[in-house]
Design a protein around this ligand. Sequence first.
Ligand code: UDX
Length: 463
Amino acid sequence: MAVIALKCPSIEVVVVDISTTRISAWNNDQLPIYEPGLDDVVKQCRGRNLFFSSVVEKHIFEADIIFVSVNTPTKTRGLGADKVADLTYWESAARTIADVAKSDKIMVKKSIVPVKCAEAIEKILKHNSKGINFEILSNPEFLAEGTTSNDLFNPDRVLLGGRETPEGQKAVQVLKDVYVHWVPVDRIITTNLWSAELSKLAANAFLAQRISSVNSMSALCEATSADVTEVAYAVGRDSRIGPRFLNASVGFGGSCFQKDILNLVYICECNGLPEVAHYWKQVIKANDYQKSMFVNRFVSSMFNTVLGKKIAVLGFAFKKDTGDTRETPTIDVCEGLLGDKAAIYDHQVTEDQIQRDLAMNKFDWDHPIHLQPMSPTAVKKQVTVTWDAYEATKGAHGVCILTEWDEFKVLDYKRIYDNMEKPTFVFDGRNIVDAEKLRKIGFIVYSIGKPLDAWLKDMPAVA
Ligand code: UDX
């Protein structure tokens, strides 16, 4: 919304939320999320044509176009639990809009919601419309965290889905006119509503599939002494495949990949396509396998036990350049390792957030409970959160690098080695350190999908 405000000075953009705390955070000097470049964009337009307000109904009443970006958590109970999106918040937003609106509106779905959600929303609006015309469009967002500015200023494509009726097409044109302020026309794709919704799920599933594919190769590389970086490079040079998204890692995280694939799986099952559902489920299973193999390797290399040992975890966010911890692989790795003490360091994630994430059940992050104060008993006593990588590693037996922050590439590893217990391990879950350099210092190094140190060969991980 901030980018729309920046690029379209003639349009007034008001971001509303029922949470006054959240809105006041957006009106503050210190923005509530860390995202490179965002500060600058918000500060250029805030108060000019970008406003943050909790007076929801007034702004719904005044708006011509309403972007609905409410949360669509994964259901944790009832039909479709752990698979399907819960549309409670969407439904409630649609009902509020139907109650308040006195003029025709274009409603744009930004939230990631399952295919055909628009149909359900349309029914609510139609039955409560009092003669007002609501035109629903789907405009899925493809930006990735950490690179938001570039993704929004120079998008590969903008996708607009609408009904194939004259009113639907007119609404698509209105939204297209907003984007043409800065996006070249040939990058604006218009489709029917269902194609737009499915494209978003499909794009995320394809991206996640690439990571699971390269990660599955990493296991085979370790077994055969091939190097996954070399394999990925050779494979990616095929112009039909391309080089991006082929970095082997401890596993993918983030709020989208797993959730969208689970939605896709559920939709396939509901449509009588169990084989297709099974195919996509494997992408998540491969990701879970990757995380558990990382833990197994770590534990088996330490004489099959981490009890009584201190482990330093560098990085908690699900990737660099974000403070976001949703579905971060670090949570699963920590849970696997927390036989005893761990010191965690990530300069963008607060202690409260880390403790909360480690105490949460799967998918709780997606529900409002995530925002509530934590009960003291939920805190993992064996975890210390530090604000310094050297502090985290002091006296530790092993280091796990779980987020690819640039700072971890340039740490003084000699100093770290000198202050750690011996034998000393580095488990690089992102392949960012110079393993040879570290070996010369004295570390036993594990890098994903690379030929194994003799130590690790002698102590194979148990699947
Ligand atoms: C993703 C999609 O990229 C974006 O288009 C969509 O709108 C939202 O979901 P995001 O979750 O922000 O974006 O991050 P992304 O860069 O896709 O990374 C997801 C996860 O995959 C991260 O944990 C990242 O570290 C991991 N990853 C990515 C790899 O392990 N290897 C890679 O080669 C690329």
